[in-house]
Write a protein that binds this ligand. Structure first.
Ligand SMILES: [Zn+2]
Length: 164
């Protein structure tokens, strides 16, 4: 009877293993950086996960990146890809960090992927993490675009840090 129970247990465990393998190999994407949902959960905070991987939106005025004025680069919080420069940041009054343009090649827009996002959606070109949205009411004297970003989806690297 004991052996019989062990045999059942062995079958159950094997079943679990093969399921786990199936799940991880299901991660298909055209992005350079691909991780399973579980892997993302391990490296991101719950707030970062909610925005980057679930296309959530942070509360306005909740990000300390709103107030950044010093020269530097905003990178993806998921994969470190360079997205925006402080010189293209402007005060939009929305409570979200706003830029009139992205670093070339840093971001992609919803229409470029099969993720089902709308065309104004912005995501990281390297990992596909959701970052924010783009609108046409930005500063007229520059691009006229307003990239409305979730601060939690980005990290700021001041230029001064690189010089040390
Ligand atoms: Zn990324």
């Amino acid at each position: 009877m004991k052996n019989f129970m062990l045999a059942i247990l062995a079958v159950v465990f094997m079943g679990c293993n093969s399921n786990a393998q199936k799940n991880s190999s299901q991660t298909t994407s055209n992005f350079e950086v691909t991780k399973s949902e579980q892997e993302w959960k391990r490296i991101l905070t719950p707030q970062q996960f909610e925005v980057l991987r679930k296309a959530g939106t942070e509360r306005p005025y909740s990000s300390e990146l709103n107030d950044v004025e010093e020269p530097g680069t905003f990178v993806c919080a998921g994969c470190g890809n360079e997205l925006y420069k402080t010189e293209h940041k402007f005060e939009s009054g929305t409570g979200w960090p706003s830029f009139d343009r992205a670093i070339e090649g840093g971001v992609e827009y919803g229409s470029d992927t099969k993720l089902g996002y709308s065309r104004d959606e912005i995501h990281c070109a390297d990992c596909g993490g959701h970052l924010g949205h783009v609108f046409n009411d930005g500063p007229r004297e520059t691009t006229g675009k307003r990239h409305c970003m979730n601060g939690v989806a980005m990290k700021f690297i001041p230029d001064s840090k690189e010089k040390i």
